[in-house]
Write a protein that binds this ligand. Structure first.
Ligand code: NAD
Length: 294
C-alpha cells in the first residue's frame, strides 16, 4: 500500500514521520525544502509535486494551512489531487478548514468515485509527535473504517462526528468553546488577583468548584501557577493566537451560514483579533491573561 502525504508543517511532518516509523511506504510533498529533506532522510520518497506524490497512491493524506490551500490542492484542474488520484484511492484531509469547504471538496471527490473524509485533529504538535492526536471524522462510516489503520498510527482517539463536514464542525465547536473558556478563565483570575488573592490558591479552589475547566486545570494562563504551561515560559510554544483567531473565524463563518447565534464566539474572535493586531499573534493563546482589554 502506497501513501501520499502532502503538507509537512508543524503538524504534518511529525505525523508523516510516525507513519514512516510504523513501516509505511510514503511519498511526501511540501512547498518548503527543509521538511521535505527531513522526511526523505527518514525514508520517504520525495515527490516533485502534488501530481507526482498522489500518482499510484492508495491513500492520500493532506495537512495544509487553510480552506484555500485544501481547495487548491484537491480541485486544481491540471495538477490537483482529484485529477491524479488513482481509481479507488482513499482521501483523508486532516487540515482545519471551513465545514462548507470540506463538503465541497468531498462532493467533487465523490463525483470522481473517490471516498474522502475530513479528519481534523486536536492535540497540537505534542500530540502529533506522540501519535496521540484526537481525530474528528466527517464522512461515510465505511471510509472511516478504511482510514482507521492510518489514523491509529497518528492518534489515540478517533471519533465519527457524522456526515461529510461534521469533523470540521466538531473541531470549530470545540475550539470556539476553548477560546471562550480561556478568556473567561483569564478574567476570573485577574479579578481574584485585583482583589488580593493568590492566583494559585484561586485556581485550586475553582478547579474543585463549578468553574472548573480545561484552561484552568491543565493550561493555566497565569504565569507561575503551572510550571509546564506556556504562561510560565513567556507564552512561547503551545497554540498561537493567530491559529485560535483562524478557528474562531471558521466558527463565526459556520454560524453565519446557518443562522446560529454565537455572540460569545464573536466576542472571543474580536479579543483574539485585537491581540493579533497588537503584535501577539505568535504567542500562545493563553496570553489573553497578560494583555487584557482596558
Ligand atoms: P503549517 O503552516 O506549519 O504547515 C502547513 C504546511 O503546508 C507548510 O509546510 C506549507 O509549506 C505546506 N503547504 C501549503 N500549501 C501547500 C501546497 N499547495 N502543496 C504542498 N504543501 C503546501 O501548519 P500546521 O501548524 O502544520 O497546521 C496544519 C493544519 O492543522 C492547519 O489547518 C491548522 O489549523 C491545523 N492544526 C494545527 C495545530 C497546531 O498546533 N499547529 C493543531 C491542530 C490543528
Amino acid at each position: 500500500m502506497n501513501t501520499a502525504f502532502i503538507g509537512l508543517g508543524h503538524m504534518g511532518l511529525p505525523m508523516a514521520l510516525n507513519l514512516l516509523k510504523a513501516g509505511l511506504a510514503l511519498s511526501c510533498y511540501d512547498l518548503a525544502e527543509a521538511p521535505l529533506a527531513q522526511a526523505q532522510a527518514a525514508g520517504a520518497r520525495r515527490a516533485a509535486g502534488i501530481a507526482d506524490a498522489v500518482t499510484g497512491a492508495d491513500v492520500v493524506i493532506t495537512m495544509l494551512p487553510a480552506s484555500r490551500h485544501v481547495e487548491g490542492a484537491y480541485l486544481e484542474a491540471d495538477g490537483g489531487i482529484l485529477a491524479h488520484a488513482k481509481a479507488g484511492a482513499l482521501l483523508i484531509d486532516c487540515s482545519t478548514i471551513a465545514p462548507a469547504s470540506a463538503i465541497r471538496v468531498a462532493q467533487a471527490a465523490a463525483e470522481r468515485g473517490l471516498a474522502m473524509i475530513d479528519a481534523p485533529v486536536s492535540g497540537g504538535t505534542a500530540g502529533a509527535q506522540a501519535s496521540s492526536l484526537t481525530f474528528m471524522v466527517g464522512g461515510e462510516a465505511a471510509a472511516l473504517e478504511r482510514a482507521r489503520p492510518w489514523l491509529e498510527k497518528m492518534g489515540s482517539n478517533i471519533f465519527h462526528a457524522g456526515a461529510s463536514g461534521c469533523g470540521q464542525t466538531a473541531k470549530v465547536c470545540n475550539n470556539m468553546l476553548l477560546g471562550i473558556l480561556m478568556l473567561g478563565t483569564s478574567e476570573a483570575l485577574r479579578l481574584g488577583i485585583a482583589n488580593g488573592m493568590d492566583p494559585a490558591a484561586l485556581s485550586q479552589i475553582m478547579s474543585k468548584s463549578s468553574g472548573r475547566n480545561w484552561a484552568l486545570e491543565l493550561y493555566n494562563p497565569c504565569p507561575g501557577v503551572m510550571p509546564q504551561a506556556p504562561a510560565s515560559r513567556g507564552y512561547q510554544g503551545g497554540f498561537g493566537v493567530d491559529l485560535m483567531l483562524k478557528d474562531l473565524g471558521l466558527a463565526v463563518e459556520a454560524a453565519h451560514s446557518h443562522a446560529a447565534a454565537t455572540p460569545l464566539g464573536e466576542l472571543a474572535r474580536q479579543q483574539y483579533q485585537r491581540l493579533s493586531e497588537q503584535g501577539h499573534g505568535g504567542l500562545d493563546f493563553s496570553c489573553a491573561f497578560a494583555y487584557p482589554e482596558h
